[in-house]
Design a protein around this ligand. Structure first.
Ligand code: CAA
Length: 628
């Protein structure tokens, strides 16, 4: 279920932003609204700011032209959805309006079409219920401003099929979003803690616990943000916060009741007055209350399996731009302190804000939350595995935790048996090497154990039966380049920097750099790089055969996916046999290598895929390989 054409219904701020995101992700996008004027206004909302970017030299005119050429205005709903793989509804936040639209869309859109809602407050299941395709209804919850904010919650309703959720997730990724998978629960993941965080700020004000500027200042410091809750409400609209909190209240009970002051402010139809004195002494109390709300709810989300621990944190850092997610904050503060802050609220609210069991357990054991530093996403119905190094604050440097997390991910990859694997890094680096503070602390025995661990994990990559592609998005230095060299195909972003700087640290490469690099680029060039601790740019890396392709940064993942998909469309056992023949055969003499190849190809004649491939050729049809 690969999505190529997207229709966005509703050309307001949210809808036009969504349309822009998909158009810049290469999709053909149709924009619909109730009238030609409304659609034209939506297109203007996209065009105007981008023209400004072009005028400022921040975007080439050709890119804008290409993006606009992918956008089609279509005020007629029937015509707008006739060819859509995915329809995203971004209309007024009113259940009746949305249900009527979904019933209409169900009648008009082709059977294959996936219907998505951008609701932030209703259940996906309530929209699926008015259609005859509940398995093909998902939630795609974008965050304001939708064209720019990277966060996208992909909501799987109780009847949504895994294939539909996967297809929506893959489309969101292609549109440049960082996707977070959530269950169909009140507020999904982020609004569940973000909206009550705002509400708690209003409660503190109601109680006279601190002045508004004090609450604002304490929130900014504690969460590492530039706007506190009150300024945020002023920017996004105070009534929106009340509406969101009231919805949570209906669904989740007393703790979520809107603060009196919030209601009064909406009645006054005024923004908050941010002026006034900051009482420094009261900031710790305010910070503890706000954190207590967030920590408690974040734990509830994970306990209720609405969202994973890592995705809850990503929701906060990507969607809300907090300096750290709730779990990373708890780790920094210590589980005992986090428990005390949640307990203060739980004591006050009783069952309405129950103490999360997992937090109590972590505090009792004085244990940190495990935030995985390497993640695995299965794409294309399990044919592709995408492994991402996710320690951007240290440029994905390889410490023991990262290596153990990678080892665990590789075990899952082996079990999942994908047809191709892509490895990449979050942020500006692929991997900036082995972790220097970790290495600094090692003696000879420690270094031996550490390099043994690194080599074992890298060998595990090299030994995967399917091709492994490295999407080198930025720095690939030291252990990072060595890890890339354990893959089959290396593709670099134009921004990538590759090198082995170890001799500058008083050591030399220890994760296979002196062995795999000369095998790839020849001994002379390898010595040049290793002896001088040299770093090369992407172009030079291509010229010396270090990488197999150089691609514009935005196109890197698409390029790797295209190569991986081309591989995945072929017979997996044949591809695996070819990999073994090349990897093992080239490590021996020619005669032995030829025998390895001969035996490998002979064994393929026992496979069903050999019959399928050859039958398909003879019957002039596309082959459907099973990997058997
Ligand atoms: N280990 C641990 N932390 C690292 C790291 C590494 N290899 N590389 C970068 N970081 C950290 C930085 O310390 C910094 O952390 P703080 O913000 O807490 O200070 C953060 O990542 C961001 O890095 P910079 O501020 O340095 O980013 P930059 O853009 O200015 O520079 C860089 C980027 C050129 C890659 C630079 O970070 C750098 O030179 N890193 C070290 C690269 C290196 O020498 N790697 C080889 C390690 S040896 C090895 O790998 C041995 C082996 O074979 C087993």
């Amino acid at each position: 279920m690969a999505i190529q054409t997207v229709t966005v219904v509703g050309a307001g701020n949210m809808g036009s932003g969504i349309a822009q995101a998909f158009a810049s992700g290469g999709f053909k996008v149709t924009l619909n609204d109730v009238s030609a004027e409304a659609v034209a206004k939506g297109l203007e909302r996209i065009r105007k700011p981008l023209e400004k970017r072009v005028a400022e030299g921040k975007m080439p005119q050709a890119d804008l032209d290409a993006l606009l050429s992918r956008l089609t205005p279509q005020p007629d709903l029937k015509a707008a959805v006739a060819d859509a793989d995915l329809v995203i509804e971004a209309v007024f936040e009113d259940l009746k309006v949305k249900q009527e639209l979904f019933a209409k869309l169900d009648g008009l859109a082709p059977a294959k079409t996936l219907l998505a809602t951008n609701t932030s407050s209703f259940y996906v299941k309530d929209l699926a219920a008015v259609t005859k395709r509940a398995d093909r209804v998902v939630g795609l919850h974008f965050f304001f401003p939708a064209a720019v904010n990277k966060l996208l919650e992909v909501v799987k309703g109780p009847a949504t099929s895994q294939a539909s959720a996967d297809a929506a997730y893959a489309a969101g990724k292609k549109a440049g979003k960082s996707c977070v998978a959530t269950a169909d629960a009140p507020g999904f993941a982020v609004n569940r803690f973000f909206v009550p965080w705002i509400n708690e700020a209003c409660r503190l004000l109601d109680e006279g616990a601190a002045t508004l500027p004090t609450i604002e200042a304490a929130a900014k410091e504690a969460f590492g943000i530039t706007m506190g809750p009150f300024e945020l409400m002023n920017v996004t609209g105070v009534p929106i916060s009340l509406h969101a909190q009231s919805t949570l209240h209906k669904q989740l009970g007393a703790f979520y009741e809107p603060a009196k002051g919030l209601k009064a402010q909406v009645d006054k139809k005024a923004n908050w007055d941010l002026a006034g004195p900051v009482e420094d002494a009261k900031k710790p109390l305010v910070a503890a209350r706000l954190r207590g709300v967030v920590f408690g709810i974040a734990c509830h989300l994970v306990e209720e399996k609405v969202c994973t621990l890592r995705d809850t944190d990503r929701g906060a850092t990507i969607g809300l731009r907090w300096a750290a997610g709730p779990f990373a904050m708890m780790n920094k503060l210590g589980a005992k302190q986090a428990l005390a802050e949640v307990k203060a609220l739980s004591d006050k609210w009783g069952k309405a804000f129950a103490m999360p069991m997992t937090l109590a357990e972590h505090a009792a054991a004085n244990k940190a939350w495990h935030l995985p530093t390497v993640t695995l996403e299965m794409l294309d119905g399990g044919h592709l595995a995408l492994v991402t190094f996710d320690r951007p604050e240290a440029l994905n440097a390889l410490n023991e935790t990262v290596l153990h997390d990678l080892d665990a991910v590789l075990a899952n990859v082996e079990k999942a048996k994908p047809r191709a694997v892509i490895l990449t890094g979050e942020g500006k680096a692929f991997i900036a090497g082995a972790d220097i503070p970790t290495m600094r602390a090692h003696d000879v025995a420690g270094a031996r154990a550490y390099t043994a661990l690194g080599n074992r994990v890298l060998d595990r990559i090299a030994a995967l039966p399917c091709p492994v592609l490295m999407a080198i998005n930025g720095f690939a230095l030291g252990g990072g380049l060595e890890l890339a060299l354990a893959g089959d195909l290396l593709y670099a972003s134009e921004k990538a920097q590759l090198g082995l700087p170890e001799v500058g640290l008083g050591i030399h490469p220890g994760f296979g750099g002196t062995q795999r690099l000369p095998r790839r680029i020849g001994i002379g060039k390898a010595k040049e790089i290793v002896y001088a601790g040299k770093t090369v740019g992407a172009k030079e890396a291509l010229a010396i055969g270090l990488v197999d392709g150089v691609v514009a940064p935005d196109a890197l993942m698409d390029h790797c996916l295209a190569v991986a998909r081309a591989i995945a469309s072929k017979a997996p056992l044949a591809v695996a046999g070819a990999k073994t023949s090349m990897d093992h055969g080239t490590e021996t003499g020619l005669a032995a290598g030829l025998r390895i190849e001969q035996e490998s190809v002979a064994l393929l004649f026992a496979t069903k895929d050999k019959d399928e491939g050859m039958d398909a050729f003879l019957q002039k049809r596309a082959a459907q390989f099973q990997g058997r």
